[in-house]
Design a protein around this ligand. Sequence first.
Ligand SMILES: Nc1ncnc2c1ncn2[C@@H]1O[C@H](COP(=O)(O)OP(=O)(O)O)[C@@H](O)[C@H]1O
Ligand SMILES: [Mg+2]
Length: 251
Amino acid sequence: MLQIKNLTVYVEDKKIIDNLSLEIPDGEIHALMGKNGTGKSTLCKVIMHDPNYVIKSGQIIWHNQDLGQMDPTHIAREKVFLLNQSPLAIEGVTNAEMLRMSLSEIKNTQIGIFEFHQKMQEVCQKLGLPQSFIHREINVGMSGGERKKNELLHMWMLEPELILLDELDSGLDVDAIETVASSIKEYYEKYKPTILIVTHHAKILDLLNVQKVHIMNQGKISQSGDKSLAMKIENEGFAKTFDISGLEQNE
Ligand SMILES: Nc1ncnc2c1ncn2[C@@H]1O[C@H](COP(=O)(O)OP(=O)(O)O)[C@@H](O)[C@H]1O
Ligand SMILES: [Mg+2]
């Protein structure tokens, strides 16, 4: 289970995450929604130990260890994966080079080239990506949709057990949303990972089996509920939805 306990995070002298607690039992998919600038991406990046953020207090417990105390290589070894809201381009490093190196580091052993290439080919095919993506520089010259699919290629290759999907669906057309959602669904059915999905749209939650929806406001979880909460937000916006009573209150 992922257990975030009383987490407070600063960037420089600004508090971004404010005493936030959140639990996702193993194998569940939870969604995180909230207005722009409320700290959703920060939460994802802090879990990956992004050096821009300083944990002032609290813990991020995964596999009975505090990720907040670990360096990024060890976090990757604990099978944690973030699909960034804005995937970065890395010139001079190809998908194959990066993935083979990461896999060797995660598994602490050399990865067989034949097996590796065979899997890369299968995953490209699954995602509707041309085989040339195997040797493309990471995200360089790729469209928004291709970048998201390229990140999914990384997910399939690295086989994470905790997956953070930060606005996977933003900037995608309707068909691409369905392709990526069905890819996540297939991955989920195969590996039963624990997933936190940050989104503004109820559509992707509908396509996946989301057990719980959390609303983040000013660095905290202000409310949690089921999928119907996401539908209400999509139809009515955050301000009006917060007036609806009868939802589980976190605090
Ligand atoms: N590296 C950073 N440096 C300065 N401010 C940051 C940084 N990262 C995030 N912030 C600030 O933290 C707040 C939350 O940002 P973010 O987590 O991206 O929000 P969300 O993903 O919910 O839209 C914003 O005010 C943003 O400007
Ligand atoms: Mg964000």
